[in-house]
Design a protein around this ligand. Structure first.
Ligand code: TZP
Ligand code: MG
Length: 214
């Protein structure tokens, strides 16, 4: 079981954010640039197509020794044999997902408000996704943003690693790390860039700067 969370740059995929370019090319470029964990997030595909896409993506991630995480679907995670699952507050409960995947299976959880970390379910999480740190056009059905102050407050009381998500760009990356995030999760800041590898490299450099500010 992966019980620690040593990752720093988390690519969360979005087919539309890849702007008509080949999805697998975009992700592989991101891996070349230094993404160290990848989440396949699919909202439109049926289970069969989701599994097919995850299998293809896992072959690529394996070549870079980078774990692949599946968003929402415990069945897809189980079928493909990936490293982890990520669920939101209104998705399958972690305890239910563990009935499918086993009690030690790593499952990340999105946290939208402070009370979300005061539940028994949240104790079972592998890491917390701080969602959204800044509101973002990529996902509009979110609650209020945490902001840097909210992230700082959360970091004081959280017993888990914090993955910040929501409008994280190269320009604010160092500040988000300095405010308490352990890892940055990025969609458009990498997937929609003309050179995803260069964008990922730039994020890695900003993360190093942010770590020095902590
Ligand atoms: N969960 C909270 S915000 C978000 C998700 C999946 C989308 C983040 O996308 P971007 O393009 O990095 O702002
Ligand atoms: Mg979800």
């Amino acid at each position: 079981m992966i019980d620690d969370f040593p990752y720093r740059l988390y690519l969360v995929t979005d087919q539309l954010a890849c702007l008509e370019r080949d999805f697998f090319w975009v992700v592989e470029e991101a891996l070349k640039g230094g993404v160290d964990i990848v989440q396949l997030r699919e909202k439109e595909l049926n289970e069969f197509a989701f599994i097919r896409k995850a299998e293809r993506l896992k072959i690529i991630c394996d070549r870079y020794h980078v774990p692949l995480i599946i968003n929402d679907s415990a069945q897809v995670a189980k079928n493909v044999g990936v490293a982890g699952l990520h669920v939101g507050q209104s998705d399958l409960a972690i305890s239910k997902a563990k009935e499918v995947l086993g009690k030690d299976f790593p499952i990340g959880l999105s946290i939208e408000q402070l009370s979300d970390i005061q539940t028994l379910e949240s104790e079972l999480a592998w890491y917390y996704g701080v969602s959204p740190v800044f509101s973002t056009p990529t996902k509009t059905d979110t609650r209020t943003e945490w902001g840097l102050n909210g992230l700082q407050e959360l970091q004081k009381i959280s017993s888990k690693k914090l993955v910040a998500i929501g409008n994280i760009k190269i320009q604010n990356a160092a500040d988000v790390i300095a405010a308490g995030a352990d890892c940055l999760a990025v969609v458009s800041g990498i997937c929609s860039e003309q050179q995803p590898a260069k964008a990922a490299e730039a994020f890695r450099m900003e993360i190093e700067k942010g770590l020095k500010l902590k």
